[in-house]
Write a protein that binds this ligand. Structure first.
Ligand code: OFO
Length: 172
């Protein structure tokens, strides 16, 4: 059974995952309108993943005798000064999410809720991966600079990255 404070903290994380999903949806739309199809597909799939992260929390809370909440969400940024600015925002957001997960892990230990602590380990690993991916992408973006040819290839490659990751892991 979840304590009230853990339940509230997990519900707060539901909100953060939902806001992440909306933030990446807004990025997907912005990129699509700009004709950056590969980047857009990548962001659509990131948005779907964040929704999965949210649903995992919903199920966990309900299974453990709590009540998952769907709450009002903060509106995401919908325009970006450049695709580089957009990827900077992505990394910044993932760092914020990692901090939030760390805080949750801390609370679960304080309350000696080892089931929740165990559940959260998946999110800890996921954040390591997502932060690393966001950093790698941003490094590439910085390397490309204003090179239009570089952007063309990057847009093509990031799309392949999405497709090949999906092929590696069809259940994802
Ligand atoms: Fe939910 O994984 Fe990133 O933010």
């Amino acid at each position: 059974m979840l304590s009230k404070s853990i339940e509230a903290a997990l519900n707060q994380q539901i909100r953060i995952e939902a806001e992440s999903s909306q933030a990446y949806l807004a990025m997907a739309i912005w990129a699509e309108v700009k004709g950056l199809e590969g980047i857009s597909n990548f962001m659509y799939s990131q948005s779907d993943e964040e929704r999965e992260h949210m649903l995992k929390l919903v199920k966990f809370i309900n299974e453990r005798g709590g009540h998952a909440h769907v709450s009002e969400l903060k509106a995401p940024s919908v325009t970006f000064s450049s695709y580089k600015a957009m990827f900077e925002k992505l990394l910044e957001h993932e760092i914020f999410v990692s901090e939030s997960i760390n805080e949750l892990v801390h609370i679960s230990l304080q309350e000696k809720d080892y089931a929740t602590h165990n559940f959260l380990q998946w999110y800890v690993s996921e954040q390591i991966e997502e932060e690393a991916m966001a950093r790698t992408i941003l490094d590439k973006v910085k390397m490309i600079g204003d090179d239009k040819g570089g952007l063309y290839l990057f847009d093509r490659d990031i799309q392949q990255l999405t497709v090949s990751s999906a092929a590696d892991n069809p259940s994802a």
